[in-house]
Design a protein around this ligand. Structure first.
Ligand SMILES: [Zn+2]
Ligand SMILES: [Zn+2]
Ligand SMILES: [Zn+2]
Length: 129
């Protein structure tokens, strides 16, 4: 947690949702978790603010939804979330695979500013059943 944030109550509530979830959440998930406490538009604004501050990163999933997950080493306007994301077809959750972050070797002359992988399949929990 970074100290320079201007913490408002609503921001804290959104952050609390992320802190007790292991995976990534989409806008609708968060609105649902906060059921009636914060309206959709405010949630959207807070998410965008956290993205700008380098607190949450966005994940564009194949189902067309945008998910958000906590950042590890990002700062305002400077995201470094070059890791893979995994969509479980069983429990329909998105998670960050921080371990999977190897950049492919690009041909000469190309430089990477952002990389993302989206993998779908079954998570360990769902494979066990
Ligand atoms: Zn980030
Ligand atoms: Zn699963
Ligand atoms: Zn991630």
């Amino acid at each position: 947690m970074k100290k320079q944030w201007r913490n408002t109550k609503t921001k804290e509530m959104v952050m609390d949702v992320f802190c007790c979830e292991a995976g990534a959440l989409c806008h609708a998930d968060i609105v649902q978790r906060l059921a009636g406490k914060i309206d959709r538009v405010t949630v959207y604004r807070i998410l965008q603010g956290f993205f700008d501050e380098g607190v949450l990163h966005k994940i564009s999933a194949e189902n067309g939804r945008t998910y958000y997950a906590l950042c590890r080493d990002c700062s305002a306007g400077q995201h470094a979330d070059n890791h893979a994301h995994f969509y479980c077809m069983g429990c329909k959750t998105v998670s960050c695979l921080e371990e999977v972050a190897q950049l492919p070797q690009l041909p000469q002359g190309y430089s990477v500013s952002e990389a993302s992988w989206f993998i779908s399949g079954y998570c360990p929990n769902c494979r066990a059943v």
